[in-house]
Design a protein around this ligand. Sequence first.
Ligand SMILES: NC(=O)c1ccc[n+]([C@@H]2O[C@H](COP(=O)([O-])OP(=O)(O)OC[C@H]3O[C@@H](n4cnc5c(N)ncnc54)[C@H](O)[C@@H]3O)[C@@H](O)[C@H]2O)c1
Length: 438
Amino acid sequence: MRIAMIGGGYVGLVSAACFAEFGSDVAVVETDPGRLEALRAGRMPIYEPGLDRLVSANVAAGRLGFGDDVASALEGAEAVFIAVGTPTRRGDGHADLSYVYAAAEQVARALTGYAVLVTKSTVPVGTGRRIAEIVRHVRPDLEFDVASNPEFLREGSAIEDFMRPDRVLIGAESDRAREVLRRVYRPLYLIEAPIVFTSIETAELTKYAANAFLAMKVTFINEMADLCEKVGADVHDVARGIGLDGRIGRKFLHPGPGFGGSCFPKDTLALMRIAQDFSAPSRLVEAVVAVNDARKAGMAMRVIAACGGSVRGKTIAVLGLTFKPETDDMRDAPSVPIISRLIGDGATVRAFDPEGMDQAVPLLPASVAYCQNALEAASGADALVLVTEWNEFRALAPERLAAAMRGRVVVDLRNVYEPGAMRAAGFDYQCVGRPKRE
Ligand SMILES: NC(=O)c1ccc[n+]([C@@H]2O[C@H](COP(=O)([O-])OP(=O)(O)OC[C@H]3O[C@@H](n4cnc5c(N)ncnc54)[C@H](O)[C@@H]3O)[C@@H](O)[C@H]2O)c1
């Protein structure tokens, strides 16, 4: 089977490599010259564990290729996936669909026979219908179907998520389109992954509903963490106590600096706008957006308070810049407002992230000093803030940190350290939602 993938970013590249691993021939179209050059040279333009090996094996097997020419990628393709970005549209919070529509138009012009146009990008309800209109307008003669196949992979475990998904969701309305997509996902039928067929609108909305629900869980536990701090309770025990209830579940109940990343912030905002447009506003989603924005904006205040009310003239080490570990993705990362505020208030920031520093540079103030490792960042610092819970930060011995730092303030926004061990090492240790002293 031949597949074309429009967009070779986090979702497009992982999906393409996994489809190739399933045995299909996959042609990726990527317009960013830097990303394309890297892919053609065998370098990964993004960091995702295991992706380099999967891509190189499938390129070597002749099942995966990269280019910028849509027409040659579409030759013989039965399924054309659109996996381009859908960022927040400037000014109003809606999803910006210009990349999706431009891709649909390019595909329509280049197709020579029947194909299913499948949106993998996260798109608002009605986008599939609009793509069908665009294609019909450009090519009234063409036989085609549209389908929606939203992606649920998580950066950091994207390959495993794609190969062993909790479910595959397919919104399609013709038997022919369903048959093509069944063949695309045949290896997942064999491992009995649930494949759910719905209407196109249902699939489009389900993706937003899933992300909004997860974002709501994170926001809920963050609010509980704030309350725990006031009443002297421990949010980890609260999370365990509620999470063991099968109706609630244990995942996504980790308190932190507020959710970021390429999906939750823009998707909650877009769902809020979709619901308003259809006169069915979601006050719950609106509250999640507002509470999370305020949390991220306010996180620097915790550090400032921990430093005695002012960071002017102080050196702050920041460990972790990406929005979560095991990715280099900096989109909407909480580290950005935290560091910007600390520097705005007169601090010097020394930062380290294992994979995200290249992507961080254009987003952070120019004065940030980027270090080679965690201990170098901590060296001579008055205070240390842990923003992203990379495993290598968990393994740092408190005594080594203490020896490197000048001051004794540690603000752990992910609760990775053992409070007793940190305090025993002489730190004024602050974490999220746990009693100040044990
Ligand atoms: N990143 C995630 O974890 C994730 C998870 C699930 C769903 N999604 C959704 O998937 C979509 C893509 O997200 P991403 O993180 O992969 O974005 P991304 O920005 O990393 O990748 C998009 C790629 O598409 C390319 N592109 C844009 N227009 C093109 C065109 N006309 N032809 C060829 N290439 C084109 C861009 O150059 C870019 O490399 C979004 O809608 C996102 O919401 C993302």
